[in-house]
Design a protein around this ligand. Structure first.
Ligand code: GSH
Length: 213
């Protein structure tokens, strides 16, 4: 299997952490996809040109939620990613949608700076996206208890960790203001979730739970 991602992609990191959580991290060849290059190999697999994209024995899979489902099904009954059925399953799926939606808003804030000049910047658009992130953080903190030390993370916990670290990487929103309880949570997550340090983006700002790189 080939995973196209990029070192800073929070959605790509979800997949990397899911591979660790299921013990499948060595089954995948991770390659860098360049979203800015029209000729980048992964765009032949994913016409949307988005990362992550997985080639599973030739079958293209995207987006990150579909790939998470694929990893879950490959891992079989022992997969920690999604409860099999019932309210617990839909609770995890909805938390994933919430954290992923905040990451989408964060990416749009980054792209506002990347694709528009300073004169073209639309502040109301940036504020609109920031509002989504801030509300999501409050809700995620309300919904998230302590991380179960030693337990492998589920898909919702993986998305939440990727969101918090991406907000720090791009310095988009000071999440500790809106979700102070998540600082203890991510400290526990970082200490116990396999692959946490190995999958951090380069150039992450320091935090007590991150090893210096
Ligand atoms: N809903 C998608 C979002 C993926 C996404 O936005 N990825 C970013 C990189 S982190 C990307 O590929 N951006 C390029 C683009 O939007 O064209 C998923 O869950 O995989």
């Amino acid at each position: 299997m080939i995973l196209f991602s990029s070192p800073a992609s929070p959605f790509g990191r979800k997949i990397k952490l899911a591979l660790y959580a299921t013990g499948m991290q060595n089954n995948v060849d991770v390659r860098v996809g360049d979203t800015g290059d029209p000729e980048s190999e992964f765009k032949k697999l994913n016409p949307l040109g988005k990362l992550p994209t997985l080639s599973a024995n030739g079958m293209p899979l995207y987006d990150s939620r579909v790939i998470m489902e694929f990893i879950d099904s490959e891992a079989g009954e022992k997969s920690p990613l999604f409860p099999a059925s019932g309210p617990k399953r839909f609770s995890v799926l909805t938390k994933v949608a919430l954290a992923d939606g905040a990451m989408d808003a964060a990416i749009l804030m980054v792209y506002e700076g990347r694709f528009r000049t300073a004169e073209q910047r639309v502040e109301s658009f940036v504020d609109y996206q920031r509002g989504k992130i801030e509300r999501a953080l409050v809700a995620l903190a309300e919904q998230t208890g302590s991380y179960q030390n030693g337990a492998t993370p589920d898909a919702a916990e993986i998305s939440l960790a990727c969101l918090l670290d991406y907000l720090d990487l791009r310095a988009l929103v000071e999440w500790r203001e809106f979700a102070p309880s998540l600082e203890a949570w991510i400290t526990d997550f970082a200490a116990h979730a396999a692959g946490y340090q190995a999958t951090l983006a380069p150039d992450m700002p320091p935090a007590p739970w991150r090893n210096a790189r």
